[in-house]
Ligand binder design. Structure first.
Ligand code: BG6
Length: 476
């Protein structure tokens, strides 16, 4: 969708907001008819839940959504990105609708509308119904249809008020964590075959839902949210073009090409052969991809893929799950395509991720240049930290303000140069459950006191963001 297309929608010229995801904030894991989710099961039973925490209560958004949405609106934000828990709508993933689940999201959406906040709704943010996980989840050949049936129910029930939809959050990173890193359920490690098959099915499901949305006469916009990390090649690499091609295929193109161009990447077969992967596809899939082009791409911008030549080792991946107590950096070797490397001059957060705000600009411009300047929303951008409040309970998160401020400047620079960017969402609206680091790793604009009745206290960054939004709105 081009700039004129966006202007024709009845949406603010720029969406300024923040984001959450259902499992990470709702709590009420078994209330009002909700079915078991894969994360409920994993966190309750698996020894691989290394921090031994869960989302059973979390921020209790399920009961306190009014307070959270009011705070968001008071903070000048005109949009809220949240996700729907599939197992709240369909406790078994398919079949009978749980009306109480529908009623909850109706309340949330109505509350947004009452506060003049545009709801931006993600249909799937990592939380597969357990009943479907038992049938192989995203590896099952029927999964695209299951997802599409669920999506259609959401379009029907909420589409009168929801005009911005995302099908799936981060098909690439989700699949990477489930199948390569093995830190998301069902914890497969270094399973390249499943890593690629997952992405394929996730994008097929997304395209099927996009097509269904149009067939149903949906009058909003629908896209995919990608963990958009631009590939940058170490200047000392001997084969920079090859490295770029391999890394970009692995990190981006299995998602960007289907979403923005309605097909599979032309290099896919060649790459899969090198990776020794046999992808299962059926006749008719290509047509689904062709008919499921997204209206926009959502980018969750945190870091880049900093790549260099593959040096001959076996495929391996690592993540820092222990924050400040670990010396491990995030990294990978993808034999025989490339490996990531480390620039010692770039500062890192406690979890080993680079803090490099300029990647916002290069991530956006790479897509502008190579994918015909599509409509872009920055659907997540955040800074994870350990945080302690002062005596009044206020968090002085100057570091977050500094880092996010720079990210925003780089986004605005891209916009000034013609990028079709129309939205920015801070991750996260309030502190919430971090998939691997539990409640210690905080991203929120609002502090949640998990030890004191889940009290909500805006952080310094909440005030900073409110003023920043006002400043930009007054300029336009
Ligand atoms: C994004 C996800 O990848 O990163 C969010 O969409 C997640 O759900 C966020 O919480 C931060 O990740 P983490 O692991 O640091 O909490």
């Amino acid at each position: 969708m081009d700039a004129q297309g966006y202007a024709n929608l009845q949406l603010p010229d720029f969406l300024w907001g923040s984001a959450t995801a259902a499992y990470q904030c709702e709590g009420a894991w078994d209330e009002d008819g909700k079915g078991l989710g894969e994360w409920d099961y994993f966190n309750h039973t698996s020894a691989k839940n290394i921090n031994n925490v869960d989302g059973d209560v979390s921020c209790d958004f399920y009961h306190r959504y009014e307070e959270d949405i009011r705070l968001l609106a008071d903070g000048g934000q005109n949009t809220y990105r949240f996700s729907i828990a599939w197992s709240r709508i369909l406790p078994n993933g398919v079949g009978e609708v749980n009306e109480e689940g529908v009623a909850f999201y109706n309340r949330v959406i109505d509350c947004c509308v009452e506060h003049g906040v545009v709801p931006n709704v993600t249909l799937f943010h990592y939380d597969l119904p357990y009943a479907l996980a038992c049938k192989g989840g995203w590896l099952n050949a029927d999964v695209a249809k299951w997802f599409c049936d669920y999506a259609k129910i959401c379009f029907e029930r909420f589409g009168d008020r929801v005009k911005v939809w995302a099908t799936i959050n981060e098909p690439h990173f989700y699949s990477y964590c489930v199948n390569m890193l093995g830190n998301y359920p069902p914890n497969r490690s270094l399973d390249m075959q499943s890593f690629m098959q997952y992405q394929y099915h996730l994008m097929l499901a997304s395209s099927l839902a996009v097509r269904a949305y149009r067939e149903m006469g949906g009058d909003g916009i629908i896209g995919v949210v990608h963990d958009g990390g631009v590939v940058e090649v170490d200047p000392t690499a001997e084969h920079p073009e090859e490295v770029f091609r391999g890394a970009d295929f692995m990190a981006n193109r299995m998602i960007l090409v289907p979403c923005l161009q309605g097909r599979l990447p032309e290099e896919m077969d060649e790459m899969l052969q090198k990776l020794d992967v046999l992808l299962y596809r059926v006749p008719g899939d290509e047509e689904i991809f062709a008919q499921g082009v997204g209206d926009y791409i959502g980018l969750n911008v945190y870091c880049r893929e900093y790549a260099t030549d593959w040096r001959g080792g076996e495929t391996q991946v690592s993540a820092n799950n222990k924050g400040g107590s670990s010396k491990k950096l995030e990294g990978k070797v993808i034999a025989p395509l490339y490996q990531t490397t480390c620039d010692p001059d770039v500062p890192r957060n406690k979890w080993g991720r680079e803090i490099l705000p300029r990647v916002m600009y290069s991530t956006i411009m790479d897509i502008v240049d190579r994918y015909d300047n599509p409509l872009i929303f920055i659907t997540e951008n955040g800074h994870g930290a350990y945080e302690d409040p002062d005596a009044e309970g206020v968090v002085h998160d100057e570091e977050r303000i500094e880092v996010l401020g720079q990210f925003v400047e780089h986004m605005m620079r891209a916009r000034a140069e013609g990028a079709n960017v129309h939205g920015y969402y801070v991750w996260s609206t309030m502190d919430l459950y971090s998939w691997i680091n539990g409640y210690q790793k905080r991203y929120g604009l609002v502090r949640i006191d998990f030890d004191n009745n889940l009290a909500r206290v805006p952080k310094k960054s909440w005030y900073w963001y409110r003023d920043l939004i006002n400043g930009y709105l007054n300029q336009s």
